[in-house]
Structures are given as structure tokens and as C-alpha cells.
Design a protein around this ligand. Structure first.
Ligand code: SAM
Length: 256
């Protein structure tokens, strides 16, 4: 069993690799910033800020923004943009009544104990403060997960064939947030077919680490080759590789 209080085991971030293979992640969530509507002087935490592309935009609105990021390489990349970063795992507490808003994009689905993280978010918000977030939702990258599972099972590695991410339904996520003491104000699940600039191989290189941790190089290569072959229906002859993303976007407030 993975330790629920650590980031997904096997995931290794590289600031360069992330920018090249997954630069679309912050770009496609730019309109989430409209929902956040950061105001000058507001204290805002960007949970799982990565290399800080969106965090810098929150700062540009005049808010006093802090990033929370456990990965040293990504934290350094965010600091290089002039952002203050708490280098910490979100399963550990990160403040009490300290923020007007907590923002998070594409990070919560990596966290293995969501209830702990939601409780930490509720604690960190001031009364009346808001949570504005997007993450993978129910059905997200189901084809990719299934192909990885099938490729691992073909290598007789069934114990590895599990989804390392948390992709909740709107009903489950609403229940969890309410249990943490937050009032849900919006909860929306929507498909977002996502073109992959460096193809499926680039995507797997950046994101499939948790499936492949500790495998010998040759086994790793065979698993990836098999998964790529199984996924060929996600490659359009004109538009290239398109991933089957489904996003869950939600807002909630801490009662005043
Ligand atoms: C796909 S990146 C998204 C980064 C950024 N929010 C963006 O939109 O580009 C996922 C981020 O979640 C962070 N993350 C994963 N597990 C975490 C945890 N347990 N606590 C805090 N951040 C975590 C990763 O380190 C990574 O920076």
C-alpha cells in the first residue's frame, strides 16, 4: 500500500519536462483565474503551484500570493518567477485562518488522502474565504489508465495496475468538501479533449511514473510500447494525439 500522506510514489517532476510536455496544463485553466477573481491585497494560496505559471498571474493581479509545492525542482522554478513558496506536502497543515482564498489547478488528484487535504484547506481559509479549484474528475484519462493497466497485466504485474490518481465524481467530492466544513457553491464535471503537444509518448514520460516505479528499463520500455499501441485510437490523422481529459471544477466557501 502506498503511504497516503506522501505524493504519489514514483512521480518524478522535471521543470523542463513539465514545461515541454505539459505546458498546456496551466494554459487551459487560465479561465479558472476569472472565477478566482483575485483582488489587490488578498492573501491567496496556490496549492500544488508547480512551476508557478498561474501563481505569477495571481500575483500580477495585485494579490499577495504564496505557492505551496513539495517538489524542490518545481518550487525552485516558481521562486525564479519571484513567488514565495512553502515547500511542503498539502497533507501537512499549512496555516490557520491565513488566506482569503485557496486556488488549485491540476494538483488535487495527485493527493492520496483527499479528506486530510480538504481539512487543511478549510483550516487555512479565513471565515468567508473561498476555494477555487480544478482537478481530474470521474472518468478522466480512462483510456490511458486502462491501457497502462492492460500493459502491466500483460507483463504479469497486476499489483501495479491500479489508478494512482483521485478522480472523484461530483457527488463524492461535494460530500468530502461538506464533511470538511465547506459550503459548495459550484461543482461541474466536463469533458475536455486535450491535444498533446509532444504526443502520448511525451505525456507518459511526464505523468506515468507511478505505474513504472522500479521496473527494469527493458520492462518499462515494453509496457510503454504496449500502452501506446493500445491507445492508437486517441491519435487523429489531422490533429495528432488527443487525451481523454475530464475535469472537475468546483468552488466552495468557509462559512463566516
Ligand atoms: C500537473 S502539476 C500542476 C501544477 C500547476 N498547478 C499548474 O497548473 O501548472 C501537479 C502539481 O501538484 C503537486 N503535488 C502533487 N502532490 C502534492 C501534494 N501531496 N501536496 C502538494 N502538491 C502536490 C506536484 O508537485 C505538481 O506541482
Amino acid at each position: 500500500m502506498p503511504d497516503p500522506a506522501t505524493p504519489a510514489a514514483g512521480q518524478v517532476w522535471s521543470a523542463q519536462g513539465y514545461a515541454a510536455n505539459a505546458g498546456f496544463v496551466p494554459l487551459l485553466a487560465a479561465d479558472l483565474l476569472d472565477t478566482l477573481a483575485p483582488q489587490p491585497g488578498e492573501a491567496i494560496l496556490d496549492l500544488g503551484c508547480g512551476d508557478g505559471v498561474l501563481t505569477a498571474r495571481i500575483a500580477a493581479a495585485g494579490a499577495s500570493v504564496t505557492g505551496l509545492e513539495p517538489d524542490p525542482a518545481l518550487a525552485a522554478a516558481a521562486r525564479a518567477r519571484g513567488i514565495a513558496v512553502l515547500e511542503r506536502d498539502a497533507h501537512q497543515p499549512f496555516g490557520a485562518a491565513a488566506y482569503d482564498a485557496v486556488f488549485s489547478n491540476a494538483a488535487l488528484h495527485w493527493m492520496r488522502a483527499p479528506e486530510t487535504v480538504h481539512a487543511n484547506i478549510a483550516r487555512a481559509l479565513r471565515p468567508g474565504g473561498r476555494l477555487v479549484a480544478e482537478q481530474g474528475g470521474f472518468g478522466n484519462i480512462a483510456a490511458i489508465v486502462t491501457a497502462m493497466k492492460a500493459a502491466l497485466q500483460a507483463e504479469r504485474l497486476p499489483e501495479r495496475a491500479r489508478n494512482p490518481w483521485d478522480f472523484p465524481s461530483p457527488t463524492l467530492q461535494r460530500e468530502r468538501l461538506e464533511r470538511a466544513g465547506l459550503q459548495v457553491t459550484e461543482m461541474r464535471l466536463f469533458p475536455r479533449p486535450t491535444p498533446l503537444p509532444t504526443g502520448m509518448a511525451g505525456w507518459l514520460e511526464t505523468f506515468a511514473g507511478p505505474f513504472l516505479l522500479g521496473l527494469p528499463e527493458q520492462t518499462r520500455a515494453r509496457v510503454l510500447e504496449r500502452a501506446l499501441a493500445l491507445l492508437s485510437d486517441l491519435q487523429d490523422p489531422r490533429e495528432g494525439w488527443i487525451a481523454d481529459y475530464v475535469r472537475l471544477r468546483f468552488t466552495a466557501v468557509k462559512p463566516g
